[in-house]
Design a protein around this ligand. Structure first.
Ligand code: PLP
Length: 380
């Protein structure tokens, strides 16, 4: 079955009791046991809830994984992935050097205190990753694909092989592309991790996360962590996510069309010095991304010529909202240096190019002429 069909029919499709097409919302914390030693399969909603199960089955099918677990946020999903690292002799985690700032905060400020050692590398450079892995002691390689906000592109199959050679788990944060455009597990990743708050939900109305595992045993370990640590996605939010999934394909198609038109417009604008969007034919990641994925997503970033212009842009936009997040139907504009990436050290931000002239756009489904007019107006 094609992804569009799996998406449109996400959820249970039929409730045996009533025939309801929409997945019922089981807003119940606990479930009555028929008799001692008997269970309907549901006992207590931290462990499993039928609405969440319907969502998790759809997420596993979309990524071709054996098991998916839905979490209260993308950070809770990443937290579960980091908790998989339990070796005594392997305590290193190798991570993309320009990931979402919260990933860096979680590793540097939380997991470092529990003996995990993060190292940040340019994961668009296979040689740099291999050199880090060769230093030994690596339990997990985590790659953001493409990176946030610089949209750099990694070679996932090559990195999967490199991770396998040293016995490290390989996780891909696939938040930006979603399984509609890219299925990391098919390219050798062990784990796909998501901020489902973004495209999977798609309406800026739910905070959620997901972990999908290729291997059943690993999936069981994540489910154990999900139940033991308890950062589950509630029934209502699971229901909202199922509803969001149904339109992911058409939302993403429209968002990508709009993103490309905006990237082309910005590329020729006199006040714009650089545009980063792998969908542009001249972008350094263009060919590599399209060799692996069905499309380039709808996040792009651009540098204006003068930092003093940023304040006026953020205040002046009317269709774009100046807000943190991405992936929803409404277009957003973000200032990474002071918002999403404030937790990166200043020297790292400077070296990477996350400077005070860089703005990130999450392009929505609005009419393209309105979006272009908004940007034209604030750039004048
Ligand atoms: N991963 C990526 C790539 C993100 O952009 C984000 C949030 O922006 C997260 C993870 C964290 O997700 P959440 O905000 O749902 O906790």
């Amino acid at each position: 079955m094609e992804q569009e069909t799996v998406l449109a029919q996400a959820g249970t499709r039929t409730d045996p009791g009533t025939g309801a097409l929409s997945t019922p919302l089981y807003q119940s914390a606990t479930f009555r046991h028929p008799a001692l030693g008997e269970s309907t399969g549901y006992d207590y909603s931290r462990t499993a809830n039928p609405t969440r199960t319907a969502l998790e089955s759809s997420l596993a099918a979309l990524d071709g994984g054996s098991r998916a677990c839905a979490f209260a946020s993308g950070m809770a999903a990443l937290d579960a992935v980091f908790r998989l690292v339990r070796h005594d002799e392997r305590r290193r985690v190798v991570v993309t050097e320009d990931p979402y700032g919260g990933t860096v905060r979680m590793l540097d400020q939380l997991f470092q205190h529990y003996g995990l050692h993060p190292t940040y590398v340019d994961t668009s450079d296979n040689g740099a990753v291999e050199a880090e892995l060769a230093r030994g002691g690596v339990a997990l390689l985590l790659v953001e694909f493409p990176t946030n906000p610089l949209l750099r592109v990694a070679d996932i199959a090559a990195l999967a092989q490199a991770a396998r050679r040293v016995g490290a788990l390989f996780a891909v944060d696939n938040t930006f592309l979603t399984p509609y455009l890219f299925r990391p597990l098919e390219h050798g990743a062990d784990i796909a991790v998501y901020s489902a708050t973004k495209y999977l939900g798609g309406h800026n109305d739910v905070v959620a996360g997901a972990v999908v595992c290729r291997d059943a045993d690993l999936g069981q370990q994540v489910a154990y962590i999900q139940n033991a640590a308890g950062a589950i996605l509630g029934p209502m939010d699971s229901w909202l996510l199922i509803r969001g999934l149904k339109t992911l394909a058409i939302r993403m198609d429209r968002q990508m069309d709009n993103a490309l038109a905006i990237a082309e417009f910005l590329s020729t604008h006199p006040h714009v010095q650089a545009v980063r969007y792998p969908g542009l034919a001249g972008d350094p990641g263009h060919d590599l991304l399209l060799r692996q994925a069905k499309g380039c997503g709808a996040v792009l970033s651009f540098e204006v010529d003068d930092p003093d212009r940023v304040r006026a842009i953020l205040k002046g936009v009317e269709i774009f909202s100046f807000a943190e997040s991405l992936g929803g139907v409404e277009s957003l504009i973000t200032y990474p240096a002071v918002q999403t990436h404030a937790d990166l050290a200043a020297d790292v931000r400077d070296r990477l190019g996350i400077n005070n002239r860089l703005l990130r756009l999450s392009v929505g489904i609005e009419n393209i002429n309105d979006l272009l007019h908004d940007l034209k107006t604030v750039l004048e």
